[in-house]
Design a protein. Structure first.
Length: 325
């Protein structure tokens, strides 16, 4: 059985769906609360749904049944300001899972983030030797960076480690089951209704002279590709390390908007609005994953282009009565 923390969330629920489709037993640890988040896992066959506060006891009771942990659970809002809460969830819980997997010989795949790279002044190279030079722009990115550095230090000091461990620095992921995220949904999901109706889509103006409005660039990666990487890792237990997970190609937000209009068979209509002040000093204008280390580790598959990914997302999910995977 594979335990997926954050398994009712965006990336986690896509992992759960893929494992269930392959007849692999899955348990989910997450909070469902009162919204529609439960729909993210409604189609999967699950062995259990575990409340986060019960996780330690559940792990102790199911040690022999769990083959590995896919740890996607986190406070992922880059605008969250409660740093104590972020550290509790994103750092301390992650370290408890690391220790449990090390103690019991279980694989651990965990979510890091491209937010660890901050403004990108040091580039986007996932070589662990460069971690000390990175300066995240917000508490979320810092918490992920904090855990990455703790892992690398533990390995350097010879502390116990899981037999397989992988940290994945996710870039800008989009795809089905992100609908509960509200303002943290991808721009594709946020702007779909307007684009499908042929209305104007608003994007942020640039507040830097070296980037035109709509010219801000991000590495957008389809969630299906992220899941493919994690399935490959679970099948190749000899691979461990800290790896970027993006498409490997930066694209502009204007590119994204035009691809969305094209997928909706509409002519593009784009306007630019001021970025909220709270974001202006913490905004990444460029991200692009260097993917060579993952390919050197043996990952054999190409990544989906932005146009192909958005077309698939619109055709298979966003335009359908049932949008869930």
């Amino acid at each position: 059985m594979i335990l997926v923390t954050g398994g009712a969330g965006f990336i986690g629920s896509n992992v759960v769906a893929a494992l269930s489709e392959r007849d692999i037993r899955v348990a989910v640890c997450d909070r469902l609360r009162t919204g529609e988040k439960w729909r993210n896992i409604a189609k999967a066959e699950l062995s259990d749904v575990v409340a986060p506060e019960s996780l330690s006891q559940w792990l102790d009771a199911n040690t022999d049944n769990v083959a590995g942990v896919v740890h996607m659970g986190a406070i992922s809002a880059t605008t969250e300001t409660d740093a104590d809460l972020i550290v509790d969830v994103n750092f301390r819980l992650s370290w408890k899972l690391w220790e449990w997997c090390a103690r019991h010989g279980k694989a651990l795949i965990y979510a890091s983030s491209a937010a660890t790279y901050g403004g990108g002044e040091q580039g986007f190279d996932d070589d662990p030797d460069g971690l000390g030079q990175l300066r995240p722009l917000n508490a979320y990115g810092w918490s992920k960076h904090l855990f990455d550095r703790r892992v690398i230090r533990a390995l350097a000091d010879g502390e116990p480690a899981p037999p397989q461990w992988v940290g994945l620095k996710f870039f800008n992921v989009y795809g089905p089951n992100e609908y509960h995220k509200g303002s943290m949904m991808s721009v594709v999901a946020q702007k779909y209704a307007e684009a499908a109706a042929g209305k104007t889509v608003e994007l942020f103006k640039s507040h830097r002279p070296d980037y035109p409005d709509g010219g801000q660039k991000r590495d957008f990666v389809f969630v299906r590709d992220c899941v493919a990487v994690m399935l490959w890792l679970l099948e190749n237990r000899q691979v461990s390390g800290l790896y970027n997970l993006g498409s490997g190609r930066a694209r502009t937000f204007e590119d994204l908007a035009r691809a969305l209009f094209a997928a909706c068979d509409q002519q593009p209509r784009i306007e630019y609005v001021d970025m909220p002040e709270i974001l202006q000093g913490k905004y990444q204008y460029f991200t692009e994953a260097k993917m060579q280390r993952l390919h050197d580790a043996g990952y054999p598959h190409p990544f989906t282009s932005l146009e192909q990914g958005i077309a698939s997302y619109v055709r298979e999910f966003l335009s359908q009565p049932d949008r869930y995977r």
